[in-house]
Design a protein around this ligand. Structure first.
Ligand SMILES: N[C@@H](CCC(=O)N[C@@H](CS)C(=O)NCC(=O)O)C(=O)O
Length: 218
């Protein structure tokens, strides 16, 4: 049994989707990132990095870092091919995507602003910060759009772990008012993946993310 520590609409959405794709048994613990607390008290006492996702394993061990948690989940159920087998060229290309999404998309979505002096990984809540984010992220989305032109998923025709991560990044793009129709393959991917039962269940269970308003400096 696994426990996923998450916040609505945060990067933890990707492992949430993948746990459902994997049909693994898991429970959810919601973390309030503004107060860094959860039903068990101070979240930092549980995860000193203070961010989500974190995945608690059956033996009490805790895994962090989204791209690694996704690999762990996929490797629990090899038959579902949520990642290609190890030591294959396809596996390395899948890892290439996980790394690209983590370092080129995820990190570039995170604002350099520091909210109220608190160093935290959040999307920008100011119009200026959001404009800067769009500038950084757009050329990276061009690259993903190129890959998806003529392919249904990042690995080809089969949904796999990087697709869950990319989907979450595209929800962020939309929250930052980026019009996905400028990337036709990305737009189709977003609609295709958004129809998966795992994604619909995840979105329903998590509920809406915090709104990003200029005046909301939380
Ligand atoms: N390096 C981490 C970053 C995770 C991250 O940015 N989490 C954000 C939500 S998407 C968060 O929890 N921010 C709150 C904070 O930094 O205090 C990963 O790849 O998992």
């Amino acid at each position: 049994m696994f426990t996923l520590y998450y916040a609505a609409g945060a990067s933890s959405q990707a492992p949430h989707i993948l746990l459902r794709e994997a049909e693994l048994s898991f429970t959810l613990e919601k973390v309030d990132l503004s107060t860094r607390s959860w039903s068990g008290g101070d979240y930092r006492a549980f995860n000193p990095k203070a961010y989500v996702p974190a995945l608690k394993l059956g033996d009490g061990d805790v895994l962090t870092e989204c791209a690694v948690i996704l690999q762990f989940i996929a490797d629990q159920v090899p038959a579902k091919q949520l990642l290609p087998p190890t030591n294959t060229r396809e596996r390395y290309h899948a890892l290439e995507w996980l790394n690209f999404i983590a370092t080129e998309l995820h990190k570039n979505f995170i604002t350099p602003e520091r909210h109220g002096g608190v160093a935290a990984n959040f999307l920008s809540k100011t119009l200026q910060g959001q404009a800067q984010t769009r500038l950084h992220v757009s050329p990276r989305l061009d690259n993903v759009n190129r890959r998806l032109t003529g392919a249904s998923y990042l690995g080809g025709e089969h949904f796999s772990a990087p697709d869950a991560y990319l989907f979450t990044m595209l929800t962020w793009a939309r929250r930052l008012a980026m019009d996905l129709s400028q990337w036709p393959a990305l737009q189709k991917f977003y609609e295709r993946v958004g129809q998966r039962p795992s994604v619909q269940d995840t979105l329903r269970v998590e509920g809406p993310p915090h709104a990003l308003l200029e005046q909301d400096q939380g």
